[in-house]
Design a protein around this ligand. Structure first.
Ligand code: DGL
Length: 282
């Protein structure tokens, strides 16, 4: 049985990308404690099936609960798209009814209505996120008149993780997917970067996106939304510890995790490897 005392806020991602979200959250809420878990041993999630992403995400959320988190943020679009609803509706009531898991698609969808004027929005994301239709569905609930067109960019995550974000060769793949997206709908005036890795490609993306089109990166919206969630849920807020610490966990060897993590973070960190075997064996 999971205890119900206080704990850090859990930040989960399939690998490194959630670090871009964590950075924004810590800027807005530096006083809280955070426990970051990257499932680097099994990344990427973006090309995996619904069932596999759901099972992997549930294992990682359970691990973060076991390590004391009362609130876990799925700082991964693919996990938010493919696993969040199932975990919220079916698993939380059984395994931890007093804990919460939140995703990052809803806060991003909420901000779109104030930004687009043409009501035509483009989405750049992993194949899994695009195929899930989570963004168009979530945006439709809030703004039924907005049309959303998606373009999957399967090679962008490996380019970032291999530290090629600023390489000349990357321009070809960035331009190709932007051209594909804009060819699908020439009224697009707003583009969502719906993958946590893509802010690292921002300069190249900006170069190939016409100047009149707004580009939305999620971090600041997710951070503001989490702040507002905790203000509206003082009960949960009181169960989040506040000593300003941040710990990093990975399912991979730390010798593999740390060099690539430094691409995403502008500080040197230490990390620990965690095993999910006890969760997998349940
Ligand atoms: N973090 C994932 C996302 O935001 C991308 C990486 C992956 O494919 O695992 O969709």
């Amino acid at each position: 049985m999971l205890s119900s005392e206080k704990g850090p806020i859990g930040i989960f991602d399939s690998g490194y990308g959630g670090l871009t979200i964590l950075t924004h959250i810590r800027e807005v809420m530096p006083e809280y404690d955070y426990l970051y878990l990257g499932d680097n041993a099994r990344t990427p999630y973006g090309t995996r099936s619904f069932q596999v992403v759901y099972e992997f995400t549930l294992q990682c959320v359970t691990k973060l609960f076991e390590m004391g988190c009362r609130l876990v943020i799925l700082a991964c679009n693919t996990a938010s798209a493919k696993a969040l609803r199932n975990i919220q509706q079916n698993d939380i009531p059984l395994i931890a009814p007093d804990r919460r898991v939140l995703g990052i698609i809803r806060p991003t969808a909420e901000c779109v209505g104030d930004i687009t004027k043409t009501r035509h929005v483009g989405l750049l994301a992993t194949p899994g996120t695009v195929k899930s239709l989570s963004y168009p569905l979530e945006i439709k609930k809030l703004f039924p008149e907005i049309k959303v067109v998606g373009e999957a960019c399967p090679i962008w995550v490996p380019l970032v993780e291999n530290n090629e974000a600023d390489s000349d060769g990357t321009d070809y793949f960035v331009k190709r997917h932007i051209d594909n997206l804009l060819a699908k709908d020439d009224k697009i005036d707003t583009i969502i970067l719906g993958c946590t890795h893509y802010p690292l490609l921002y300069n190249k993306i900006r170069k190939y996106v016409p100047a009149h089109i707004e580009i939305i990166t999620q971090g600041e919206y997710v951070a503001t939304s989490l702040r507002s969630y905790l203000d509206r849920h003082p009960d949960m807020d009181s169960r989040c510890t506040k000593n300003g610490t941040c710990k990093y966990l990975t399912t991979e060897d730390t010798n593999i995790f740390l060099p690539a993590a430094s691409i995403f973070l502008h500080e040197s960190i230490s990390a620990e490897t965690v095993s999910l075997q006890d969760i997998i064996d349940l």
